[in-house]
Design a protein around this ligand. Structure first.
Ligand code: NOJ
Length: 742
């Protein structure tokens, strides 16, 4: 007993006298965690599991903690804050944690850096349209550099939810409908945020969200019930999570939804069996905002106490804003409903990430006001966001090579989004400021200079019904050679809790387009929106269409560069565009069914009123140049599970411009013990071709690419025949066949 108290005394002595919480000699993080845990009271342990928000109502640049929270930090009863940033603000709080609290355990500061902090980058679905993981990694890296200079060491991103339903507003925050593209983007973002060294002062912990299945909300309505098979869950929805966990993501966030009756925040199968036991994840899981409390309306907990019990026992380590752990864990521990071991495990995971971030060695490493001043919105940031923006634009239509425009063209720039500086920031922009944004109008003016007359009219508002602005817009169109019509959604029509039951252009925008069309002046439609829209009329009548999503502060520059041909567009859709909302969920990697659509047979799977096909398929996107695919070749007709197959294709730039193309490889497993999708993306490469140039593009397929969850739910490949498709999108492909043998 005496020896034990001497050790504790010595450890405490070190804690209070050293800059490093533990002796330098204790290098190993696990040992250091053991030493900290040994000193912690039950209250202090619970404190590490608690996260609170800053006070939104203060309305300052960086929000303050709410009343009484600083005192709780001093008592060791808070482990983390969200929505508090700024080098000085975070330093002040960190100081309380490491100087006033008994054990000096540093705080971790989380924030939703979804596409930038002060410098707003393109929204995630736009970045995914680049199909360029290295670029997306760079974007995340820059975002980490910027926000880490402002006291933040943890972002609640990437959102890696697969979304097959554009009614769901949060489709904008992710990378679309495909698990392979989604996984590539998830890994890129984790690498970008976390860098090679999580303990560097400009890297931050990533948080994969929303774990899991959140994008499968019934009817596309946010927070709604999710119910799909374990097979679909694992093959589609979990794939990006698994890839990003393997890439070293530090944390995950449990989702709001239930799956098959079990809400994620109480889902032991998900949070412990799959995540920890199978995937060997050793970081921590945070709840979503009050998602522990929401176990009550979900109907699996009768009160907050039972919610806390379910959540912690399921493997949910940190409580964001539910107050469930603060209020009830002590009691639950006393009653034996939660074990000390379970509590310790969760504390350990949180401390592990704090150690990996290097916070115990230097708790102020993110709180450098000088660095903050130099980094926020600096030129390097602005250049980086432009580089990503120009690659995120998808050319959906270009009739008779109407684009690019000549600079001398007299242009009428029309539409409710044409001169908007707020909307290009998109939903979930963090500290974006409209005054930093280059609008489309400004971008075009900057490009053309004073010599060309640029006319501008809004025509109508984004959602309003008034048509009084039509007259002036029509007049402007008549005076111009061409109309750039900037249409779409406002920044707050997508994102959290922003489901829509229609996918049409809101308000009277389509009517405006129809009136402009009557002038006979060609229309170039520039779309800004957070989800696929049903734009059949525009597709038929506009001369050209650009999908630009929300491109961030350099939106206007990037769009003008594409309009005038300084940049040849190279984006491809990461998500299917349906023709009608009634077709959704609509995604390219669907099953064949027992009655695939056959126009000659009435009793097949189709809509009687409208056709089955999408407006634009997954992977679609045009270029100003023309790419021709030839000579799809396989290294063999058969290959065994131990071997690999080389697939090659020749791509020729047969047009007038240099350009980039995303070469896409899909596979179909023809017969399996369970049904397989009609096509599945397996690989892609983005290549640059000078005009006239031909390149041979090679892919390697291995057994791993052909695995799926078989009838017994084992992840295996099955020998047999496969089709392979290589092409410019998920529909226009060359195809061949091969056999996988034992
Ligand atoms: C709720 C959202 O679902 C989640 O994505 C976000 O990270 C948290 N709120 C914190 O702001």
């Amino acid at each position: 007993m005496k020896a034990k108290s001497t050790i504790i005394f010595l450890l405490l002595f070190f804690l209070f006298t050293q800059k490093n919480v533990l002796p330098q000699s204790v290098k190993n993080i696990e040992q250091r965690i053991d030493s900290v845990l040994a000193l912690m009271t039950q209250e202090e342990k619970i404190g590490q599991l608690v996260q609170f928000t800053g006070d939104w109502d203060t309305g300052t640049h960086s929000t303050e903690p709410k009343a009484g929270k600083k005192e709780l930090v001093a008592e060791g009863k808070i482990g983390s804050f969200l929505n508090i940033f700024g080098a000085d603000m975070t330093r002040g709080l960190q100081k309380i944690a490491v100087e006033k609290s008994r054990l000096k355990i540093p705080l971790i500061f989380g924030l939703d850096v979804i596409h930038g902090f002060r410098t707003t980058f393109p929204v995630p679905i736009a970045e995914a349209s680049s199909w360029e993981p290295a670029l997306v990694e760079k974007s995340a890296r820059m975002q980490a550099i910027e926000v880490s200079a402002s006291g933040i060491n943890w972002t609640f991103n990437p959102m890696v939810d697969i979304a097959r339903d554009p009614r769901w507003g949060r489709i904008v925050e992710g990378s679309g409908e495909d698990p392979v593209l989604g996984a590539a983007m998830a890994v890129a973002r984790v690498k970008g945020y976390q860098g090679n060294d999580l303990s560097a002062n400009n890297t931050i912990a990533a948080c994969l969200k929303h774990f899991a299945g959140y994008g499968g909300a019934e009817g596309g309505r946010d927070y709604n019930t999710v119910d799909f098979s374990e097979r679909t869950f694992r093959e589609v929805y979990l794939k990006p999570f698994k890839a990003a966990v393997d890439a070293g993501a530090a944390t995950l966030m449990a989702s709001f939804n239930e799956i098959g009756g079990v809400p994620s925040s109480a889902n032991h199968h998900l949070l412990t069996e799959i995540l920890r036991d199978e995937w060997k994840f050793d970081g921590f899981v945070v709840s979503d905002w009050n998602s522990i409390g929401e176990l009550i309306p979900h109907g699996v907990a009768k009160d907050l106490k039972q919610a806390a019990e379910l959540a912690l026992n399921a493997g949910l380590d940190m409580d964001m804003e539910s107050n469930a752990y603060t209020k009830h864990l002590s009691e639950l521990l006393a009653e034996g409903k939660v074990s000390g071991k379970t509590l310790d495990e969760s504390v350990r995971r949180i401390l592990r990430i704090k150690f990996r971030l290097g916070l115990f060695d230097d708790p102020y490493k993110y709180c450098d006001a000088e660095r903050e001043k130099k980094t926020i919105l600096n030129q390097e940031m602005k250049d980086a966001t432009y580089d990503v923006a120009k690659k995120s634009i998808v050319l959906l239509k270009n009739e008779k090579e109407f684009l690019p425009l000549k600079k001398e063209t007299k242009i009428a720039v029309i539409g409710p989004l044409a001169n908007s500086t707020a909307d290009p920031l998109g939903p979930w922009n963090q500290q974006g400021d409209a005054k930093d944004v280059v609008s489309v109008l400004q971008g075009i003016k900057n490009k053309c200079g004073d010599k060309v007359k640029i006319l501008f009219e809004e025509g109508c508002s984004i959602t309003g019904k008034e048509t009084d602005g039509f007259g002036k817009a029509i007049q402007a169109a008549k005076e111009a050679d061409v109309v750039v019509l900037v249409l779409g959604e406002s920044l707050d029509m997508s994102g959290e809790a922003r489901a829509r039951a229609t996918l049409d252009l809101p308000g009277v925008q389509e009517e405006l387009a129809k009136e402009i069309y009557k002038t006979g002046k060609p229309i170039i439609a520039v779309l800004m929106n957070g989800r696929p829209l049903t734009i059949n009329w525009l597709n038929e009548h506009a001369a050209a269409i650009l999908e630009t999503w929300f491109l961030g502060i350099r939106a206007g520059d990037a769009i003008a560069d594409v309009l005038f041909g300084d940049v040849n567009p190279s984006g491809k859709l990461p998500v299917t565009f349906p023709k009608y909302v009634g077709q959704v969920p609509m995604y390219y990697n669907h099953k064949n069914t027992g009655r695939p659509y056959n126009p000659k047979d009435n009793y097949t799977s189709y809509y009687a009123d409208y056709d089955n096909s999408p407006l634009y398929p997954f992977g679609y996107g045009l270029s100003y140049t023309k790419f021709v695919y030839e000579n799809l070749k396989l290294s063999a007709k058969k290959f065994s599970k131990k071997e690999s197959l080389q697939v090659s294709v020749e791509v020729k730039n047969d047009g007038k411009y240099d350009g980039e193309e995303v070469v896409q490889l899909y596979v179909r497993d023809l017969v399996g013990s369970v049904t397989r999708p009609v096509k599945e993306l397996k690989s892609f490469q983005k290549i640059f071709l000078k005009k006239g140039e031909t390149k041979k593009v090679e892919f390697t397929l291995t057994e791993e690419d052909l695995k799926f969850y078989n009838l017994d739910m084992n992840f295996v490949s099955e020998p047999g025949m496969f089709k392979v498709f290589v092409g410019t999108n998920s529909v226009e492909c060359l195809e061949n066949e091969f056999e996988l043998t034992e």
